[in-house]
Design a protein around this ligand. Structure first.
Ligand code: NAP
Length: 531
């Protein structure tokens, strides 16, 4: 039994959300404690060390904006930073602002209980216990891995990996027969790199995914210098963009279905060649009009057919569903990889993985032998990490009970019946549909302002009202219902986890959201009950 430590705020998670929370709250004089289950900082970028892991947001934009000196001194080396570089950046931020001294590592929250009499949270971990007025859950949107309950998995005598829990030691697949299960963003990045090492690589695909070339390259020194000169303007411009990302292609209101053939082809070719998410924003109605969407989807299918030599493999790789309905992928030679003799694609859309055996797995009515299995099967997104903390609020009710019909928050920041709990980029906020670091900064600054305002006004508790949360959930859904997003089985809806309630979890549209948060704060936290 460990000791009990008291503090003002417990921050769970030492990824970008946790680090910034610790920095800002300490700056305001709060006694803060960070708890992190890993041995170091970095969150997503600490855990996802799989070969090829790289951020799909360009490095100059996937970084903190809060400190101009930090912005100027850090030098990115590639257009999109790889996982090791982003992890170094997180470590640099932690060192530079002396944040590590505030964090307990190797510390997993096992329960968090709210005491209505003392208005405090008791946070129990595998080590010590903490008591705090406020609990900030900076636990990430994609941090609880999903390893499906495959029959026979424990029997496999080779090595088993999940992309989201990759070992710290170098994994060398040289000379090995490797299986990759899954074809989402993680797999799309890992497959080409694993294929460079493995003697045989077999990819098990349940649903094909659309992917567009990232066109990663060394970062041009002149572009970096120019961006740094104009960083403040660039960041501000990003904050009024729905994606939170500035592209060389300005936003437009054009409709794909109305474009004539030559204009359409020229625009899509240009964006395909340039690479990156700008491709998915070529036409404004990709996400709201099925005909326009299908035209863009058909363009990508055409590219796959051109790249992949074997017609049957090309056919299997070509998705038929709505493009950019699931989180779109960016890649470096993903489709090209399937032209290698030693890379095979197995369609498991009918029967899935039937069984893991001692020496491999059975799927598509065949037995396969492998030295290593790599599961790129994703995450229990947005709610997984929050629910894993076993949070109990007022009246002894658990968060799992409160969210049995799907997550119910106000602004993705507060939960009725769970006073003094803040969720950084929680469900109901734009989070994963915008630039995560920008979304994190906005949330953490809002939480900081809120705690400072409460202290000034002598309030000790804040709780989202049930009405505000209900209206907010309706709002999140009604915005989603105006788009094609709810029409496919994505993790945005929780559809990738068997039994999970299907509710569209992130809010579409960052700029109006940030305005709304500001308005709520300006109106003395309207929709929250202060006590
Ligand atoms: P994911 O997108 O959820 O993909 C999981 C894959 O595993 C899918 O192909 C899925 O097939 C398959 N799968 C799941 N359960 C399965 C089962 N029981 N049997 C067979 N196949 C199964 O997960 P992810 O690739 O880890 O990506 C998750 C999110 O993380 C991304 O959408 C993105 O937001 C983020 N991410 C970002 C980056 C980046 O910025 N570069 C990189 C990686 C990940 P179905 O489609 O049929 O369900």
């Amino acid at each position: 039994m460990g000791s009990i430590e008291e503090c003002d705020v417990v921050v769970v998670g030492a990824g970008f959300g946790g680090l910034y929370s610790l920095y800002l709250l300490r700056q305001e004089g709060f006694n803060v404690k960070g708890l992190e289950r890993g041995t170091g900082v970095g969150g997503t970028w600490y855990w996802n060390r799989y070969p090829g892991a790289r951020c799909d947001v360009e490095s100059l934009q996937y970084s903190y904006s809060f400190d101009p000196e930090l912005e100027q001194e850090w030098e990115w080396t590639e257009r999109y930073a790889g996982q090791p570089e982003i992890l170094k950046y997180a470590e640099h931020v932690s060192d530079r602002f002396d944040l590590e001294s505030l964090i307990e590592f190797n510390t997993t929250v096992e329960a968090a209980d709210y005491d209505e009499i003392t208005s405090t949270w008791t946070v129990s971990t595998n080590r010590d216990t903490y008591q705090a007025r406020f609990l900030v859950a900076a636990t990430g949107c994609l941090s609880t891995t999903n390893l499906p309950d495959f029959e026979g998995l424990a029997n496999f005598k080779g090595d088993v990996y999940h992309t989201g829990r990759w070992p710290h030691e170098t994994v060398d697949f040289s000379g090995q027969r490797v299986a990759v299960v899954g074809t989402g963003s993680s797999a799309v990045q890992a497959i080409p790199v694993i294929a460079e090492q493995a003697s045989e690589l077999t990819v098990f695909q349940r649903t094909p995914n659309y992917s567009v070339p990232a066109r990663n390259e060394p970062l041009d020194a002149a572009i970096q210098a120019e961006t740094k000169e104009n960083y403040a303007e660039l960041r501000q411009a990003a904050r009024v963009e729905r994606s939170g990302i500035i592209s060389i292609f300005p936003p437009n209101e054009d409709s794909a279905k109305q474009a004539d053939d030559s204009e359409f082809d020229a625009r899509m070719d240009e964006r395909w060649e340039h690479g990156g998410f700008g491709f998915y924003r070529a036409y404004a109605d990709i996400g709201i009009d099925q005909t326009s969407n299908e035209r863009i989807a058909e363009y990508v299918r055409g590219q796959i057919t051109k790249i992949v030599d074997d017609p049957e493999t090309a056919r299997l790789l070509a998705p038929t569903n709505t493009i950019a309905c699931k989180r779109p992928c960016l890649d470096t030679h993903y489709y090209e990889t399937f032209n290698s003799e030693h890379v095979n694609l197995v369609d498991i859309s009918e029967g899935g993985i039937e069984e893991i055996t001692v020496t491999g797995l059975r799927a598509a009515a065949q037995d396969f032998e492998f030295d290593a299995l790599v599961f790129a099967t994703g995450f229990d997104a947005m709610t997984g990490a929050l629910l894993n903390m076993n949070i109990t609020g007022k009246g002894g009710h658990t968060l799992a009970e409160a969210w049995s019909a799907g997550p119910r928050t106000y602004l993705g920041l507060g939960v009725p019946e769970f006073p003094n709990l803040f969720t950084v980029t929680g469900p109901g906020s734009p989070s994963v549909l915008t630039n995560m670091i920008m979304a994190i900064e906005q949330h953490v600054e809002w939480i900081r302002d809120c705690l400072v305002a409460m202290r000034q006004q002598d309030f000790t508790t804040i709780e989202a009202t049930a009405t505000a949360a209900d209206n907010w959930v309706d709002h999140v859904n009604s915005v989603a219902d105006q788009t094609l997003y709810p029409t496919c089985n994505s993790w945005y809806l929780g559809a990738n986890i068997p039994g999970k309630t299907r509710v569209f979890m992130p809010l579409i549209g960052y700029p109006p959201y940030a305005e709304k948060c500001q308005q709520v704060a300006d109106n003395n936290y309207e929709g929250f009950c202060l006590g």
